[in-house]
Every structure is written in structure tokens, then in C-alpha cells.
Write a protein that binds this ligand. Structure first.
Ligand code: ATP
Length: 240
């Protein structure tokens, strides 16, 4: 694939004796929205954590390259400087900072004040609820509002690659719809996305390509719309 943003080759991760990821390969091309789906415990979050270098002491093998260079040895705090942004499961907003301050933190590698202010206004227009609560502590937001804030904060860094871990987790159906609308919009703007989701239907409907992970291995990959119509995917992941 030309213009590969992320390439994972032979990734293995073990937590002590537990082999969570068993030698997977995956690729995300420039401008693609790729989803990694699979049941609870399949190894999806571990894969994202290996990419961002946020795993606790455990063994990681294989090669992860981002925009042509290996990510090995790059600390998680350096990821934003490399324009790689992650919205973790559980959102990870700064609960004791205001919503406005959280958005500013997302832009800490930038120094174009006018551009930063314009981006904050843009995200406030996408998520009016965040504007209403701009001066409130992020910890007072609902789960769905925190998810919105976490996504907006990640996008404030103008990432080349956005990693999303279970953005629909624990949200009301209306909130899930809103979050996926934003994911599709962000993708249409050309931002490359790797989306980990348990909601396989929504994820495959939004994505260009998909990977199915099961017990630490990739068991299927393909075009997302083909996968949506694949009887094996329908039976195992779409409840059909
Ligand atoms: P979920 O949707 O529940 O997050 P997942 O597909 O993201 O599932 P992982 O969280 O990556 O799966 O977990 C993969 C395997 O690794 C599971 O068997 C899990 O119990 C195990 N595991 C995850 N984190 C740890 C850890 N810190 N220590 C030991 N085992 C772990």
C-alpha cells in the first residue's frame, strides 16, 4: 500500500504468561478509516497500547512503524509531537481542568494562537454542550460529554493519525450516533483513523476497511462493506 501511515508487523504482546497478541500484521493507509473489531478480551486495546507505547512492563515483540519510521523507544508523551493522537477507553480527560483548558492542552504543541482559538470555536460549534460548559471542570461532564471532549482535545493537535479506543462504550444511543457522525466527518476531512470498537455494525458502516481480532490473532480482514455482508461476521459479531 502506498502512503502507509501505520504498519504493524508480527506484533506479539504477553502479560506474564498470558499471550494477549499473537503475531498480528495490520496497516492503515493515509486518509483511511480502519476498524479493528472483536469480542471482549480479543486483544484490541493491547494492540493500541503497544502502538502508543503505554503498556506496563510486559513483553512486546514485532515492528510498529509510523510514517516510515519505527515507533520503538518513543515514549507516549512524545506521540503528540509526532502527530499521533489517542483517545483511550475511559476518555482520559483532565477532570480537574476546565473544558476550555482541556482543549488548550490538546494544542500544547502548537503556537498559532489565532488558529487554536478558531479550532476551539469550531469544536464548540460541533459540540454546543461543551461551549455551554466551557468554564466547568471536565470531571463534571457526563460520560458522553467527556467522550466528545476527549475527541475534540485529540483533534486540537491536528494529528496525522487518530487512534480511538471504544468510543461508543457506555454511551446512550443518541450519544453514540453523535460520536459516530463526528468520526465520519473527521474521516471525510482526510484524517487517518484506527478505530477499535465492539459495536462492529457501526464501526464497519463507518470504516473503509476492517480487521477482526479473536484471541490475540487477526482472523479476517477486508473491505468494510464486504465484511458487513459476510455471513461469518454477521453471525459472530453483528448478532444476525
Ligand atoms: P476489551 O474490549 O475488553 O478491552 P480487548 O479486545 O481490548 O477487550 P485486551 O484488553 O487487549 O482486549 O485484553 C487482551 C487479553 O489480555 C485479555 O485476556 C486480558 O485479560 C489480558 N490483559 C489485558 N490487560 C492485562 C494486564 N494488564 N495484565 C494481564 N492481562 C491483561
Amino acid at each position: 500500500m502506498s502512503d502507509t501511515i501505520l504498519k504493524v508487523s508480527g506484533l506479539k504482546v504477553a502479560y506474564g504468561g498470558i499471550k494477549a497478541v499473537k503475531g498480528i500484521d495490520l496497516e492503515v493507509g493515509k486518509g483511511e478509516l480502519v476498524t479493528l473489531i472483536g469480542a471482549n478480551g480479543a486483544g484490541k486495546t493491547t494492540t493500541l497500547k503497544a502502538i502508543t507505547g503505554t503498556l506496563p512492563a510486559c513483553s512486546v515483540e514485532g515492528v510498529i512503524s509510523y510514517m516510515g519510521t519505527p515507533l520503538t523507544g518513543v515514549h507516549s508523551f512524545q506521540m503528540v509531537e509526532k502527530k499521533l493522537a489517542m483517545v483511550p477507553e475511559g476518555r482520559g480527560v483532565f477532570t480537574r481542568m476546565t473544558i476550555h483548558e482541556n482543549l488548550l492542552m490538546g494544542a500544547y504543541t502548537r503556537n498559532d494562537k489565532a488558529g487554536i482559538d478558531a479550532d476551539i470555536e469550531k469544536w464548540f460549534s460541533v459540540f454546543p454542550r461543551l461551549k455551554e460548559r466551557a468554564a466547568a471542570m471536565a470531571g463534571t461532564l457526563s460520560g458522553g460529554e467527556q467522550q466528545m471532549l476527549a475527541m475534540a482535545r485529540a483533534l486540537m493537535s491536528h494529528p496525522n493519525l487518530l487512534l480511538l479506543d471504544e468510543p461508543s462504550m457506555g454511551l446512550s444511543p443518541i450519544m453514540v450516533e453523535k460520536i459516530f457522525e463526528v468520526i465520519r466527518d473527521v474521516s471525510k476531512q482526510g484524517i487517518t483513523i484506527l478505530l477499535v470498537e465492539q459495536n462492529a455494525k457501526l464501526a464497519l458502516e463507518a470504516a473503509h476497511r476492517g480487521y477482526v481480532m479473536d484471541s490475540g490473532a487477526i482472523i479476517m480482514t477486508g473491505n468494510a462493506s464486504d465484511m458487513l455482508h459476510d455471513p461469518r461476521v454477521q453471525a459472530a459479531y453483528l448478532g444476525e
